[in-house]
Design a protein around this ligand. Structure first.
Ligand SMILES: [Fe+2]
Length: 219
């Protein structure tokens, strides 16, 4: 007899703010991806803000979000210069379109980490997590591109949160994520790891969702 686990997902019902100690998380913009009748797709990436010992922005939306992002930060009492770290989960324009607003922050784009023109050594590309502090870690989660990262946050009111970029498009992407993936086999491994670790996932193009893990007895 063996025990296995089934994973299902369900919407998170806490609005756009997740309380936490020491880090709270605000979804400043919920990403979307909408197929258009002419064959194009309208899409924008989720923008998330972590507020705690450090102020961390995870993804910046597209360049068209510039004024929206500045306005959202202002509503939180923040200027761009207050952001300590900006993490771009991967190098697609709808996720890193506003890096230029944050020249003073430590910038992480995929596995590249820089302060100004100084590039910092790290082992994300070798598959090693990069801790920011005891509660926030940058994790390598490749597959959608070769060098995606996600941000893991512990100590929130909903448990362990993974801000996942396009590792997950949305809570119901099982039929769609592979066609957007540079390496589906690698991404599948990254996704399974995320589903084992996170209580809540903030995906790149949809609202946050809760991960439920159910022990099942089998033969
Ligand atoms: Fe993407």
């Amino acid at each position: 007899m063996s025990t296995t686990r089934a994973v299902c997902t369900e919407p998170l019902e806490v609005g756009s703010d997740i309380a936490g100690e020491p880090y709270s998380i605000s979804v400043l913009k919920e990403g979307y991806s909408l197929a258009q009748p002419d064959g194009s797709t309208r899409a924008d990436g989720t923008i998330s803000l972590l507020q705690g010992p450090k102020i961390i922005l995870v993804d910046t939306g597209g360049p068209w979000d510039r004024d929206f992002l500045l306005d959202q930060l202002k509503k939180k009492g923040l200027d761009p210069g207050d952001i300590n770290i900006v993490v771009g989960t991967h190098g697609h324009s709808d996720h890193i379109g506003n890096l230029g607003l944050f020249p003073e922050a430590t910038l992480v784009v995929g596995c590249d980490m820089s302060q100004g023109d100084r590039y910092l050594p790290n082992q994300l590309a070798e598959g090693r997590p990069h801790p920011i502090d005891d509660h926030v870690s940058i994790l390598p989660t490749p597959g959608h591109t070769g060098r995606d990262v996600s941000v893991l946050v512990t100590g929130t009111s909903v448990g362990v949160v993974l801000v996942a970029g396009d590792l997950f498009e949305n809570s119901a992407d099982e039929d769609t994520w592979r066609e957007l993936s540079e390496n589906p086999a690698v991404q599948e491994v990254s996704r399974q790891g995320a589903l084992r670790t996170a209580d809540v996932i903030i995906p790149g193009h949809g609202p946050p969702f809760r991960v439920r893990r159910h022990p099942i007895k089998g033969i």
